[in-house]
Write a protein that binds this ligand. Structure first.
Ligand code: IVH
Length: 664
């Protein structure tokens, strides 16, 4: 292909892929398979790699994110991002309506919209191209999260259609659909990281991740609900949104125009009942005067617009009976009281159980067996008991005394002053703790042994595997003697156990199940201390001094190694041939000594290759120039503003040839 044909093909592929993204993520009407999509994307990636001079920051290939550590720059909002006044009752809404009627004499209509529960975002477009995304921040200035937002596939990077203003801003809510949230939490728990409490926290947490390729994995989505600018296509808010939809934005299909407050109340009542059927969370309804000239007439108070208000739904609550309390013992020995309830329908699902968290919670609620309790599903996924209906308390309601002994092994429970939970201290003999430790050890991100909970139970109950080291002593005869195992499945299990001996040290360290040591901390500790011996002999001080290791983790490591049984298990793992030291990446060079780079422009090799060279030589990457930048690596066609900024901050500027010499 000659240059001209290549350029044409690249433009064609970009347009095609933008169109397919829109059909898939915005309109839910894909017309090609994922495989066909990947095929086109691959072709574009390759052409762009071979032709770096055709680089375009808004190309669909740029949506995968990158590993540049984002330092979010603060940006002042052109129009402040105000919040809305809240109401909680029909009465308050009727008052709002009366105030409006007094201020505007002519007829008006309301735009009724869902109030999405996520993180608000402001997107800025120029000449039909996405330029920047900024969080709400303090309302006056927010964080530039452009790189992260580019990974959200429903946000168009290049607009199509008519009447697109040269410059405009559009605001909306970034959210995480329920299904994505559930999958993410499952994965987080698997790697020992704390689960997010609700999709809102998860969306805002993801938006602030430092690494945009991680954000890309979070599968965020975004509804837009407010178009701003000097030259908007129409004088009606809802028409503007409809026009924005035609440009490629994801606009809710549930916007409704109401002629009066009764129609608004009807909309609210409808969604209060139906909201649980949506695939995402809403926490209320927003009503806005639809005409922009009437909005202007009403104006703003210091904090909120006078032309819009939100109605917040009450968390749905039901009454049911507390039938009993049982206690669950987890892998760490933590004992959780669980309320067993008379089954009741709440927010679209039948609720039979609710967590009572700990003893303090039981005391706080003053809950008795037989009580009628109020159960609520707030923003959290697990329902909670929020109170007791004392009027309905039966005379014989039984007081709850928190158990003193472990329900599984009978050991006396312990409580640490700084924690609300009770613990079973019998780490080495309490069955659910032992089984939990083995399940954790074999899990995907640890030793990745192909066996499930049922196999662990069978091996444990038969007395073959009492701790993780016993896995490596298992014999074919033992496995085949278990129910459900045949020759082939027994051999597969043994092969999977044998394979796990090659699992890298960091995953093994995570698999040991040391409290508070998730996969991320395990990687960091392994990288710095390198061998299990070094970790074992490190003092509390040495551990605390490690990068990214806090006092809690350090203390927990010390406690773990002070138990002779753990030391013995590790000794056996070593004799069984597992990886108890980190294998260094031989390719790793330290020429750039953690220097922070900002790169810009095009180079003789692709930007990805430049980035890899920086990282494999121990340099660091940042997205934008600041006084923390050590070197500005300048390619061709660098924007004058960036060069100017580097010069202003006295950041050394180097070119490709100098860089190559540096890492030679
Ligand atoms: S309009 C000046 N519309 O609710 C009016 N906001 O407390 C700007 N929100 O910060 C907001 N859904 O994050 C508007 N359909 C919707 C919304 C919505 C959710 C959020 C937004 C805002 C907060 C107001």
């Amino acid at each position: 292909m000659n240059k001209k044909t290549t350029k044409k093909r690249i433009a064609f592929l970009r347009q095609e892929l933008d169109g397919h993204n829109k059909r898939y993520y915005v309109e839910n009407k894909p017309i090609i398979s994922d495989k066909e999509f990947d095929f086109l994307m691959k072709e574009l990636e390759e052409l762009e790699k071979e032709n770096p001079d055709f680089y375009d920051p808004n190309s669909p290939t740029q949506r995968v994110g990158n590993d540049i550590n984002n330092a979010f720059e603060q940006v002042v909002h052109k129009y402040p991002m105000l919040s809305l006044g809240n109401t909680y009752s029909a009465e308050e809404l009727i008052n709002f309506d009366s105030r409006i009627r007094k201020s505007i004499e002519s007829e008006f209509t309301y735009s009724c919209e869902l109030k999405f529960d996520g993180a608000s975002i402001s997107l800025f477009y120029k000449d039909g191209k996405f330029q920047r995304a900024v969080t709400r921040g303090d309302g006056t200035k927010g964080d530039d999260v452009t790189q992260n937002v580019m990974t959200i596939k429903s946000i168009p990077l290049n607009l199509t259609g008519k009447n697109i203003p040269v410059e405009f801003e559009i605001r909306g809510e970034i959210f995480m659909p329920h299904k994505v949230f559930e999958d993410l939490n499952k994965q987080r728990q698997e790697i020992g990281e704390q689960a997010f409490a609700n999709p809102r926290n998860s969306a805002s947490g993801s938006l602030k991740l430092l690494n945009s390729s991680e954000v890309a994995k979070r599968k965020l989505d975004c509804f837009l609900y407010y178009l701003l600018g000097e030259k908007l296509p129409t004088l009606s808010h809802s028409q503007n949104l409809a026009t924005a939809k035609s440009w490629g934005f994801k606009i809710s299909e549930h916007i409704k125009i109401a002629k009066n407050i009764d129609e608004v109340l009807e909309y609210i009542n409808f969604w209060d009942k139906e909201r649980h059927k949506l695939e995402y969370d809403i926490d209320g309804i927003v009503i806005k005067i639809d005409s922009i000239s009437q909005q202007d007439e009403l104006g703003f108070t210091a904090k909120t617009p006078r032309w819009a208000i939100s109605y917040k739904f009450k968390a749905e609550q039901v009454e049911t009976t507390l039938q009993s309390i049982t206690y669950q013992v987890g892998r760490t020995g933590a004992v959780t009281p669980v309320a067993n309830l008379k089954p009741v329908l709440l927010a679209g699902t039948t609720v039979k159980r609710a967590s009572l968290h700990n003893q303090d919670q039981i005391k706080l609620l003053d809950i008795r067996i037989g009580d009628t309790v109020f159960v609520e599903k707030g923003g959290e996924i697990i329902p909670k008991i929020v109170g007791v209906n004392i009027d309905k308390r039966p005379e014989n309601a039984e007081k709850v005394t928190f158990i003193a002994e472990c329900p599984e092994c009978g050991s006396k429970l312990e409580k640490h002053d700084d924690e609300a939970a009770h613990y079973c201290p019998n780490e080495s003999n309490c069955p659910p703790q032992l089984k939990g430790k083995i399940e954790h050890f074999i899990s995907r991100n640890a030793l990745n042994i192909n066996a499930g909970e049922a196999t662990v139970k069978a091996l444990f109950d038969a007395g073959f595997v009492k701790n993780i080291a016993d896995l490596y002593k298992l014999t074919f005869e033992q496995i085949i003697s278990l129910d459900g195992f045949k020759e082939k499945s027994a051999q597969n299990l043994l092969a999977s156990i044998a394979d796990s001996k090659q699992i890298p040290f960091e995953n093994l360290l995570f698999g040991l199940g040391i409290r508070h040591v998730g996969l991320t901390s395990a990687k960091k500790i392994a990288k710095q201390l390198k061998t299990i011996e070094n970790i074992q002999k490190a003092s509390l001080e040495q551990l605390t001094e490690l990068e990214d290791v806090g006092a809690v983790v350090a203390k927990s490591i010390i406690t773990f190694f002070s138990d002779d049984q753990n030391v013995e298990i590790i000794q056996t793992l070593k004799q069984s041939g597992l990886q108890l030291e980190r294998i260094e990446n031989k390719e790793f060079k330290n020429k750039l000594n953690e220097k922070k780079f900002v790169i810009s422009g095009t180079f003789s090799i692709s930007r990805d290759e430049i980035k890899k060279l920086i990282e494999s030589n121990n340099g660091k990457l940042a997205a934008s120039i600041s006084n923390k930048t050590d070197l500005f690596l300048c390619g061709e066609n660098v924007g004058p503003a960036k060069l100017e900024k580097a010069r202003k901050l006295n950041i050394p500027i180097i070119y490709e040839a100098d860089f190559m010499k540096l890492i030679e």
